[in-house]
Design a protein around this ligand. Structure first.
Ligand code: UT7
Length: 335
C-alpha cells in the first residue's frame, strides 16, 4: 500500500494590488461594505497590458513547488490543473502549462470544479498514487478572474470578491504509512448548478451569437451568484464535510492543527471556526489580501501557512472547500 504526501508547495500572485477604494471609484460600493460582508481589503489583478494567463501563472507556482519538492519537472508523471477560468475554451490549461514548462508527454488533466477544484484535484492525485500508477503528480489551481468581472455597479455583488492568482502542490509517493493524505471526501449537488455560474459563451450560447447579437445587458455573459443561497449552503456543507473527514480518521476538532478553508468569505470561515470551537491559531485565512481566488485559494493559503512556519511535520492539516456546482470536499492530511 502506497501513501501520498505533499512534498512541495508554490504560489504566484500578480503584483498589481487592487484596493477596495479603487473598486469604489468604478462602482457603487465602499471599503466598509466589502470588509464587513467579506473581510476582503485588497486583491490582485493581472495587469491590463500583461500577457500573463491562467496557465502561465500556474507555471510560476508549479516551478516553485517542484523546486521545493526536490525533484525535476521530468519526474512529473501527471499534471492535474484546476481552473474555472481556462486560457482557452479548449484545450485545457493543463496541456498549455505542460508546453510552457517543457514537460514531455505525461498526461495532463483539467478539473472543472471551481472553488473545490483543488480539493478534487488533490483527491485525483491521491488515488493515482495510492493505486501505484504514478509517483509524482503536479496539482495546480490557477485563476484569471479579473478580465471577466463586471466592474460596474451591476456586477458589484460578484466583482468585489474575486481575485487572480495561482498555487501548486507536488504530491508524491511515500513509504511512511502514518503521514500524508489520510482521506479525501468529495460531493456535489447539480440542482444548484446555475446559482453560481457563467452561462456563455458555451454550447448553450454559441460564440457566433455573441458576435451577432451581443447584448452587454445579457447577464448570461457575466458571472452570476445567488450570494445568500451560496452562503447558506456553504456553512452547512463546510461543516458536514469537515465532520466527515474527522470521523473517517477518528479525530476530534481539537486534533486539527491547521484548517485551511477555501477563501470564499471571511464570515464563512469564522462561522466554521466557531462551530468546531477552533482557536485563531487553528485556522488560516488570507482572503483579506487576495480575495477569493477560487481553485487557487487553498494552495495559495496552504503555501503561505507553510512558508510562515504554521504547518509543521506531524501536524493534522484539514482542507475544506465549497463552491459552484454546488461542489464541496475536504482532505485530511498528516504533514
Ligand atoms: O467561492 C465560491 C463561493 N462563494 C461564496 O461562498 C460567497 C457566498 N456569499 C457571500 O459571500 C455573500 O452573500 C456576499 C458577500 C456575496 C453578499 O453579502 P450579503 O451579506 O449576503 O449581502 P446581500 O446580497 O444580502 O446584499 C445586502 C445589500 C443589498 O442591498 P439592499 O437590497 O439591502 O438595499 C445589496 O444590493 O448590499 C447590497 N450590495 C452591495 N453594496 C455595496 C451587494 N453588493 C454590494 C457591494 N457594495 N459590492
Amino acid at each position: 500500500m502506497f501513501t501520498s504526501r505533499i512534498t512541495g508547495l508554490g504560489k504566484f500572485l500578480p503584483e498589481r494590488i487592487v484596493t477596495n477604494e479603487e473598486l469604489s471609484a468604478l462602482m457603487d460600493t465602499s471599503h466598509d461594505w466589502i470588509v464587513e460582508r467579506t473581510g476582503i481589503h485588497e486583491r490582485r489583478f493581472v495587469p491590463k497590458d500583461s500577457d500573463e494567463g491562467t496557465a502561465s501563472m500556474g507555471v510560476k507556482a508549479a516551478e516553485q513547488a517542484i523546486a521545493r519538492a526536490g525533484i525535476s519537472k521530468d519526474d512529473i508523471d501527471l499534471i492535474v490543473f484546476a481552473t474555472l477560468s481556462p486560457d482557452y475554451y479548449f484545450p485545457g490549461s493543463g496541456v498549455l502549462l505542460q508546453d510552457l514548462m517543457g514537460i514531455g508527454t505525461c498526461p495532463a488533466l483539467d478539473v472543472r470544479n471551481q472553488c473545490s477544484g483543488f480539493v478534487y484535484s488533490l483527491s485525483v492525485a491521491d488515488q493515482f498514487i495510492k493505486t501505484g500508477m504514478y509517483k509524482n503528480v503536479l496539482v495546480v489551481g490557477s485563476e484569471y478572474h479579473s478580465g471577466g468581472l463586471d466592474l460596474t455597479t451591476r456586477g458589484r455583488t460578484v466583482s468585489v470578491i474575486f481575485g487572480d492568482g495561482a498555487g501548486a502542490a507536488v504530491v508524491s509517493r511515500s513509504s511512511e504509512s502514518d503521514k500524508g493524505i489520510l482521506s479525501t471526501h468529495l460531493h456535489s449537488e447539480g440542482k444548484h448548478a446555475k446559482e453560481l455560474s457563467i452561462i456563455g459563451p458555451s454550447t448553450k450560447k454559441w460564440i457566433h451569437d455573441v458576435f451577432e447579437d451581443y447584448d452587454p445587458n445579457d447577464m448570461d455573459y457575466h458571472p452570476y451568484m445567488n450570494g445568500q443561497l451560496v452562503f447558506k449552503n456553504a456553512v452547512v456543507r463546510f461543516s458536514e464535510v469537515i465532520r466527515q473527514a474527522l470521523e473517517a480518521n477518528d479525530l476530534q476538532p481539537s486534533d486539527i492543527d491547521m484548517l485551511v478553508p477555501h477563501q470564499a468569505n471571511l464570515r464563512i470561515a469564522q462561522f466554521v471556526q466557531k462551530k468546531f470551537g477552533l482557536t485563531d491559531d487553528q485556522v488560516y485565512n488570507n482572503i483579506m489580501r487576495y480575495g477569493n481566488t477560487t481553485a487557487a485559494s487553498i494552495p495559495i493559503a496552504l503555501c503561505e501557512a507553510w512558508e510562515e512556519g504554521k504547518i509543521k511535520e506531524g501536524d493534522h492539516v484539514m482542507l475544506a472547500a465549497f463552491g459552484s456546482g454546488f461542489t464541496w470536499g475536504s482532505a485530511m492530511i498528516r504533514w
